[in-house]
Design a protein around this ligand. Structure first.
Ligand code: ADP
Ligand code: MG
Ligand code: ZN
Length: 489
């Protein structure tokens, strides 16, 4: 029997607000343990939570970006359970009245597009952290993270493969980062994903029993964990067994998951409306203010890049991978005033800028683990270098050397060319003389070429390049060689 995976993802994203969700404590990562706490987030008796308005706004940004329906009223609920990192004995979350529902995002897969539904987005507080001492039988608790704002984004069970899950996650991740509401750091836990998986016989409707996977801290891990889980369930079902509803922890080093606990049901948490917090009203005025400040989202930007600059979709994808990369690219292209360009020059420059950024600049930055905002080459300097190539002052080959030097030193292309004496030979007479000499030295190859052996042309190009140390304009070499080998000039 053939089985089909059914996958739904829950993403927890930590919001980049300065203050926690229900008190004024700092949300900064890495302070001394318990230094970012107050009676409210420590869960002392008699204290009252006050909702941080920024949290609602950040949630709304994501809700709009994922095409959700925004409810005019939402409320908070208590999710009750005991754990030492949760001093109140309950987490303030949202349950019966979520703020955003029925959304969707589009993902691209092997050229095709697919819509994945978003069930809901809601706000909640994070719990603290336990630190288990490796050498002593003690555990300590750090409550700095207690009360840090999160949004939970729950997908519909619309995902059908591990690959699709990774594509969906990338889409959610890039949206959060573009909206500047989450830093997206998976290692530090600012972007966490739980994956729910079940199998069903292909062609049937009803869902099978699901397992929930936790503890995956990269896109690759999510994909690997899902691939493993799909195989594991298939093995269980094919052996006549039953999948049990449980939570499993992914162990990336071993490449396997382990059962952590049997899965609790929502009713186990005894959710009830939090009497300390009034419902939140979201009116049209507030919504349109948020909508007005929405930045251009990655998908929109990608489509606009393809339209405006006529670059391939692949290029547009790489160039919009972060907002900073996209602005770097646009600033480079915009350094060429459109009125100075012919209609065919515009796409040529747009593609050249894309090639230099994707091929060289991103590689340098990647090697140095640097962000494009720290790039020693400015967009204007890159544009100036592209201009020098187009004017024939340097060849593309020389430019490879120049751009590396620009990156290492922060100098302009012009300064580097002067320093190194990298001047392209554009003097036709000098070249004609040199080519005549080369042809004279290789009579056999000349005969072969004239007999129709086209490949020999490459040999001559190579000889000229060697003689000029790569400093001659390749187009000029080609033109002159063609003429002269044919017996012209
Ligand atoms: P909980 O919070 O208890 O994990 P939710 O109702 O929030 O439960 O659902 C969690 C996720 O599980 C959702 O993304 C949903 O799409 C997915 N899901 C629900 N049922 C199944 C199933 N049978 N197989 C796979 N995924 C499922
Ligand atoms: Mg869950
Ligand atoms: Zn506090």
């Amino acid at each position: 029997m053939e089985y089909e995976p059914v996958i739904g993802l829950e993403v927890h994203a930590q919001l980049l607000t300065e203050a926690k969700i229900f008190c004024g404590c700092s949300t900064k990562f890495g302070g001394a343990p318990n230094s970012h706490t107050c009676p409210v987030c420590l869960g002392m008796p008699g204290v009252l939570p006050v909702l941080n308005k920024k949290v609602v706004e950040f949630m709304l940004k994501m809700a709009l970006a994922t095409n959700c329906q925004i409810n005019p009223e939402c409320s908070f609920a208590r999710k009750n359970y005991f754990y030492p990192d949760l001093p109140k004995g309950y987490q303030i979350s949202q349950y019966a009245q979520p703020p955003a529902e029925h959304g969707w995002v589009e993902v691209e897969l092997n050229g095709g597009k697919k819509r994945i539904g978003i069930t809901r987005i809601h706000m909640e507080e994070d719990a603290g952290k336990l630190m288990h001492d490796e050498h002593n039988p003690v555990s300590r608790v750090d409550l700095n993270r207690t009360g840090v704002p999160l949004i939970e984004i729950v997908s519909e069970p619309d995902i059908r493969s591990a690959e699709e899950a990774a594509a969906y996650l990338r889409r959610i991740h890039e949206s959060l980062v573009y909206l500047e509401i989450c830093d997206g750091n998976m290692e530090e836990g600012s972007f966490r994903c739980d994956a729910n998986v079940s199998l069903r016989p292909k062609g049937t409707e009803a869902f099978g029993t699901r397992a929930e996977l936790k503890n995956m801290n990269s896109f690759r891990n999510v994909q690997r964990a899902l691939e493993y889980e799909i195989k594991r369930q298939q093995y269980v079902l094919e052996g006549g067994g039953e999948v049990i509803q449980e939570t499993r922890l992914w162990d990336d080093t071993a490449g396997v998951s382990h059962s952590m606990r049997s899965k609790e049901e929502a009713h186990d948490y005894r959710y009830f409306p939090d009497p300390d917090l009034v419902p939140v009203a979201i009116d049209e005025e507030w919504l349109s203010a948020v909508r007005k400040n929405q930045p251009e989202l990655p998908l929109e930007k990608r489509e606009r890049f393809v339209r405006a600059y006529q670059i391939p979709a692949y290029d547009a994808g790489v160039l919009t991978s972060t907002p900073a990369t996209a602005s770097f690219y646009e600033a480079t292209v915009k350094s060429f005033p459109p009125e100075t360009l012919t209609p065919t020059e515009t796409p040529a420059i747009a593609k050249a800028a894309s090639n230099w950024i994707m091929g060289d600049i991103l590689r340098f930055l990647n090697e140095d683990k640097k962000d494009i905002r720290e790039c020693p080459i400015t967009p204007a300097a890159l544009a100036a270098m592209i201009r020098l190539i187009r004017e024939g002052a340097i060849s593309g080959k020389m430019a490879k050397e120049v751009i590396e030097e620009m990156y290492r030193t922060g100098k302009t292309a012009e300064a580097i060319i002067k320093e190194k004496g990298l001047v392209q030979i554009t003097d036709e007479f000098a070249l004609v003389e040199m080519i005549a000499e080369i042809i004279g030295k290789h009579p056999d190859q000349l005969v072969q070429y004239r007999a129709g052996k086209e490949k020999v042309f490459g040999f001559f190009v190579g000889q000229v390049m060697k003689a000029t140390q790569g400093k001659a304009n390749p187009k000029l070499i080609n033109d002159l060689l063609k003429k002269m080998l044919a017996g012209g000039t």
